[in-house]
Ligand binder design. Structure first.
Ligand code: 13P
Length: 255
């Protein structure tokens, strides 16, 4: 059965010292969590220090991005080997902020996903439509292009090591969340896309997170939906108590 995976994407927030402090608080808060997979994604700069804090705990280390090449003249970038060496297990790929501000495409998403899988880490593949795309009735075509692009050339075994994060762009950082039904509908559609690529049994085994203004107040309703298997959390992950307020209903649903 697929797992509930709840990951905190800290984005460009927290200094190294602040990251170490928050990571310690998350480790303490998540001490008794047994069923939900909990991960935190600090900035690249803080990863090595946070790795020391989460070591031996049930909190996994995630990175916010990666480059697909092994090494070389790629100023400002970090390779998958570098992430692997310090204990990163999950890598967020194709976040809408990367897509809209930094030129990420479905092709670069695919290259990053392949590289991360080749080193036995798990990509968190982000997809999602803008408000205009939704209003114009293009939700399904956008998600289809993004999923087919990200998974191009991946085997079923590869696909089983991935997590998808469905993040409607209009819900990110806006306080506006997709309703339980809107989110469930999109998740079911995405699972259908995976089923077309890999068959139903593989599709049923891949966790699909929801992301976009998820918080303690709406987490239980979203996580109770049949095809919602966790969350990718921005703002509410920057405090241990609100992050736990999202993890706790997930844990209750997993038992
Ligand atoms: P918010 O939870 O702040 O809306 O951010 C969601 C997100 O983009 C997580 O990757």
């Amino acid at each position: 059965m697929r797992k509930i995976v709840i990951a905190g994407n800290w984005k460009m927030n927290k200094t190294v010292a602040e990251s170490v402090k928050l990571a310690g608080e998350v480790v303490a808060a998540a001490r008794d969590i047994k069923h939900v997979v909990v991960a935190i994604a600090p900035t690249h700069l803080a990863l090595a220090k946070v790795a020391e804090v989460v070591k031996g705990s049930n909190v996994k280390l995630a990175a916010q991005d990666v480059h697909w090449e092994n090494q070389g003249a790629f100023t400002g970038k970090v390779s998958a080997d570098m992430l692997k060496e310090i204990g990163v297990e999950y890598v967020i790929i194709g976040h809408s902020e990367q897509r809209s501000y930094f030129g990420e495409t479905d092709e670069t998403v695919n290259k990053k996903v392949r590289k991360v899988l080749s080193l036995a880490m798990k990509p968190i593949v982000c997809i999602g439509e803008t408000l205009t795309e939704r209003k114009e009735g293009r939700l399904e075509s956008v998600l289809t292009t993004q999923v087919n692009g990200a998974y191009a050339g991946l085997s079923a075994d590869d696909a089983l090591s991935t997590v998808i994060a469905y993040e409607p762009v209009w819900a990110i950082g806006t306080g506006v969340t997709a309703s339980d039904d809107e989110a469930q509908e999109a998740h079911a559609f995405v699972r259908g896309l995976l089923a077309k690529l890999y068959g139903d049994s593989v599709a049923q085994s891949i966790s699909i997170q929801y992301g976009g203004s998820m918080k303690p107040e709406n987490a239980a309703g979203l996580l109770a939906q049949k095809d919602i298997d966790g969350g990718l959390i921005g703002g509410a992950a920057l405090k241990a108590d609100s992050f736990l307020g999202i993890i706790a209903p997930g844990e209750a649903l997993s038992k």
